[in-house]
Design a protein around this ligand. Sequence first.
Ligand code: FPP
Length: 243
Amino acid sequence: MKDGQARFGADTGLHVAILMDGNGRWATARGLPRSEGHRAGLAAVRRVVRAAPEIGISTLTLYAFSSHNWERPASEVASLFRLLEEYFCDVTDCHEGGVRIQVIGRRDRIPPSLATAIEYAEQATRPGRRLELRIAIDYSSREAILRAATCPRPGRETSEEEFARRLALATHGGPATPDIDLLIRTGGEQRLSDFMLWEIAYAELLFVPCMWPEFGLADLEAAMDDYLGRERRFGRVPEIAAS
Ligand code: FPP
C-alpha cells in the first residue's frame, strides 16, 4: 500500500464510481450458479474498499442493484439481497478502517430486514472520515433526476448547485456529493446503464474487460494511472485547462 500512496498521493480526494459487471459470466464460465459470482464480487468489493483511501480515493460509489435488476429471476434477486444484508450486518472492517457507508436509492421496495441492516451500517460507520462508501441499491438515475426535477415552484429557474442538492435529497436524503471524477465499468460492456447520469457530466470513463470478481488492487492502480495520465479540460482549451 505504501507504493500506492507514493504513486498517487493519499490526499488526491477523488470520487470514483464503479459499475461492477461480469459476476454472472464469471460464475457461468466456472460452472457455478450466478449467486456464486455475486459472492466472489463481494470479495472484490472488500479488496477495493480496503485499497481506495490508500490511493487517493475519498468517495467510492458502487452500483450493487439497479432498479432494472428487479426483472432478474426472483431467486437471484433474493440471493443478492441476502449477500448485501450479510455485508451490512457486519461492518467491523469499515468501522475500523474509517469507512462511512451511505446507501443511495429507494428503500421502500427492498426487504425490511435489508433496510434495517442498511440503517444499522450507516449508523455504525457514521464517524468514518477516510472513505465515503456509497452503495447504490434499487437505484435509477433517471428516476432520481425526475424526482429532483419535480419543481416545488414551477416556472422558477434553478442553478446547477441547487439542482444537485435536490438530486441528492431525492437519491439519499443527504447533502450533495462531489461530481464523479472517474467511472469504471468492468465486464467488457461499454454503457452507462442508468447510473449517475447527472454526476458523470465531466467524468473520465474507463471500460475494462476483466470480470468484476477478478478485479484487484493492480487493476485499481492501473485505472488510477490511466486517469492521472489524462488531461481534464472541462470544455476549455489545453493551455487554459492546465493553468
Ligand atoms: C452485475 O453483474 C452485478 C450485479 C447486478 C450485482 C453486483 C453486486 C455485488 C458485486 C455485490 C456487492 C456488494 C456490496 C456490499 C456493494 P452481472 O451479474 O449482471 O454480470 P453478467 O453481465 O456477467 O451477467
